[in-house]
Write a protein that binds this ligand. Structure first.
Ligand code: AMP
Length: 424
């Protein structure tokens, strides 16, 4: 038997329903915030990620799915959403729109060749947003508020928001130099990756999981001490707006995030419940003011986040939040005798009027059909025998109370409209 590739999973049954529920909720939330939906290709020219995500990140150096297409071009399955959206922003000249800033959202599968473990897959699904064109700290606060509101809508309680500022270019340069000085005497004691990070992007040493507990990491210089006045003010304003929104946050000086392109605000939302496991970062994001320019677009500021669906589902399960409740169909139609043509017609009319309806396709007997109605958790069962066919008066049963109704075909929709709340 051929099995699914390592680190992937199939979506079906309740999992499928939950995922659709989350996608729908996120999409309606995005409408409220006035973000527009975008979709970019699952593969892009490899260069996009090398330049866009950064050559010092694990995502690009160790984890991409690369292939040469039949035309000899180097392609990569997207490992994250931002680079593709930035490419699309530039290519479609969204920077020329009158309605700035450009606020977009996406929901897509991502691909990283990581060591699979709980909460870490090789194909996973991210919901995310990107905002281009605004340097107002209010937009940073809005972007942070989106996952927080989303988690709150879902009823998640054990979440913590971590924020930090990486400052502007000048502040970061001063900080980088301080880090180089600090780590220089201890370079030999750092892990192999950190030795490389030391030369390519020393900020990322702070992100290291292997060296995290070492003394030299704990007493490393703090970014806050190297922020210039402008960067300090920016950070203060982001916090001010978060306070106005009633969002509590923890300032976390070692938070630098894995990607090379961040500036000013960086943040993560964590599932902070005991026993949740090590993969507890539900969402991460930040500001990336240089990225559009780095990918050959006009200098444009950007800010965004991505949240993982798999870890969110685990967090919901962990907090025993049931997304689906009692789900079932509205009406199960049972054809009896030789009434299938009439049955398919009535079933279709009901569906077109907004009800969730199913009917028998297995030629069950009446007992089997009632069992099936129970399995599908149908609210109502409609029986169509030759008598109903001839009189066009239909027999309907409330599947819970067993109350029986005789309803004329022409009054059918009115009857169900009154009984069943149709979801928009
Ligand atoms: P990142 O793009 O690495 O900043 O990740 C953003 C979010 O995507 C994380 O907080 C996770 O929820 C999710 N995520 C990242 N990598 C994986 C993975 N390999 N498997 C499942 N979820 C992931």
């Amino acid at each position: 038997m051929i099995q699914k590739p390592k680190g992937t999973y199939d979506v079906f049954d309740r999992e499928g329903k939950k995922i659709l529920y989350l996608q729908k909720l996120f999409s309606s939330l995005m409408e409220k915030y006035n973000y527009e939906y975008v979709r970019t290709p699952v593969f892009e020219m490899s260069e996009l990620f090398h330049r866009g995500v950064g050559d010092t990140t694990d995502i690009v150096t160790k984890e991409t799915y690369d292939f040469i297409d039949r035309g000899g071009r180097g392609m990569t399955l997207r490992p994250e959403g931002t680079a593709g959206v930035v490419r699309s922003f530039i290519e479609n000249k969204m920077y020329g729109r009158a309605t700035q800033p450009v606020k977009v959202w996406y929901g897509e599968t991502m691909y990283r060749y990581e060591r699979p473990q709980s909460g870490r897959y090789r194909e996973f699904y991210q919901l995310g947003v990107e905002v281009f064109g605004s340097t107002d700290p209010m937009i940073d606060a809005e972007v942070i508020s989106i996952p927080v509101q989303f988690y709150q809508l879902l009823g998640l309680k054990g979440i913590k928001v971590h924020i930090n500022s990486l400052g502007d270019k000048e502040s970061r340069l001063a900080y980088k130099n301080a880090l180089l000085e600090h780590f220089k005497p201890y370079l030999d004691t750092l892990c192999e990756d950190c030795k490389e990070r030391y030369h390519k992007n020393p900020l990322r040493i702070l992100d290291c999981k292997i060296d995290a507990d070492k003394e030299i990491m704990k007493n490393a210089p703090k970014m806050q001490d190297y922020l210039n006045e402008e960067s300090k003010t920016y950070y203060e304003n982001v916090k001010k707006y978060l306070d106005s929104l009633g969002i509590s946050y923890i300032e976390t000086p070692n938070l630098v995030r894995g990607l090379d392109y961040y500036s000013h605000t960086v943040f993560e939302v964590e599932a902070s419940v005991e026993g949740f496991g090590s993969q507890n970062v539900l969402c991460g994001g930040g500001r990336y003011d240089g990225l559009v320019e780095m990918l050959d677009g006009p200098s444009t500021p950007g800010v965004g986040f991505a949240l993982g669906l798999e870890r969110l589902l685990t967090a919901l399960e962990f907090e025993k939040i049931d997304l689906l409740g009692e789900s079932g169909i509205d009406i199960y139609v049972i054809p009896m005798d030789d009434t299938k043509e009439y049955t398919i017609r009535i079933t279709n009319i009901l569906r077109m009027n907004g009800f969730n309806v199913d009917t028998d396709m297995m030629n069950r007997n009446i007992k089997g059909n009632f069992k099936q109605a129970d399995r599908l958790n149908a609210k109502y069962v409609m029986i169509i025998g030759s008598e109903e066919l001839n009189s066009q008066i239909l027999t309907i049963k409330d599947n819970k109370t067993q109350e029986e109704f005789k309803i004329k075909e022409e009054n059918l929709i009115d009857f169900f409209d009154e009984k069943i709340e149709v979801e928009e």
